[in-house]
Write a protein that binds this ligand. Structure first.
Ligand code: PMT
Length: 223
């Protein structure tokens, strides 16, 4: 058993993609596998935390000792995350790749094709991370940012706009890293610092990330 820098802490983590229905058989989604979020959930449990994993549809098993709330859509993710935070949360980490838009309506029957093109009206989805960060009883809040260019600029911009304590920036243009891969490399930014983590397996990276997050979130705890 290693050190327990999160002993007694309640941690809520979002993971995976969301699925936004178009009709009974079709949906909009993305390539998130959930691996990064599930690795963080396992590492937070190992660090002594009580962990709730709010998960979009993925094929991974829930890490033993972690409580999973399974959701499909961005709206369901927001609801489940708010309920988990309301039950008590010291640290909130959003790794989910949430669909920014959903179809304005979900057709009741399968949409039939016609000869011409078709267009789909999309509306904005709620932002789980920004909603949690705006709470009066805001937990220490960590976001992720998957970017393909100007990584630091966009990551710092997201941290400021969403009022986050830290942001973990992924350069997903690097081959073999990020979405769906078993490995990742990130740079973490916070108000007064930054740290780069070289490519590593998601479980190894998750352990190192949580050590840094715990130091920043709970500096007065004697670890
Ligand atoms: O799941 P894997 O295959 O392991 O891949 C991991 C990952 C690449 C998906 C992950 O490491 C990652 O980078 N996740 C963030 C993906 C992203 O592009 O997020 P974003 O820039 O759309 O959103 C920024 C932050 O706001 C994220 O923390 C996101 O969870 C959160 N968000 C965004 C939109 C929304 N409606 N609700 C949110 O909570």
């Amino acid at each position: 058993d290693g050190p327990k820098p999160l002993a007694g802490k309640r941690v809520v983590i979002t993971a995976g993609p969301t699925r936004e229905p178009i009709d009974p058989v079709r949906y909009i989604t993305n390539h998130s596998s959930g691996k990064m979020g599930y690795a963080l959930a396992g590492a937070a449990r190992d660090a002594g935390a009580d962990v709730v994993l709010v998960s979009g549809p993925v094929t991974l098993d829930c890490p033993p000792g972690v409580r999973r709330e399974s959701v499909n859509t961005a709206e369901e993710m927001l609801q489940a995350a708010e309920a988990a935070v309301e039950a008590g949360c010291d640290l909130f980490i959003a790794t989910a790749a949430v669909a920014d838009y959903r179809p304005e309506t979900c057709a009741g029957d399968k949409i039939k094709k016609s000869r011409g093109s078709m267009s789909l009206a999309l509306v904005r989805n709620p932002d789980t991370l920004a909603t949690i960060a705006a709470r009066a009883d805001k937990p220490f809040t960590v976001g992720f940012a998957a970017e393909t260019r100007d990584v630091e600029h966009y990551a710092r911009d997201k941290m400021a706009r969403k009022q986050l304590d830290m942001i973990v920036a992924n350069d997903v243009s690097r081959p073999g890293l990020g979405f769906n891969s078993d490995h990742n490399a990130v740079t973490v930014f916070w108000q007064t610092g930054s740290r780069t983590f070289e490519p590593a397996s998601k479980p190894a990276l998750a352990r190192d990330l949580l050590t840094l997050i715990a130091q920043q979130a709970f500096p007065l705890d004697a670890n």
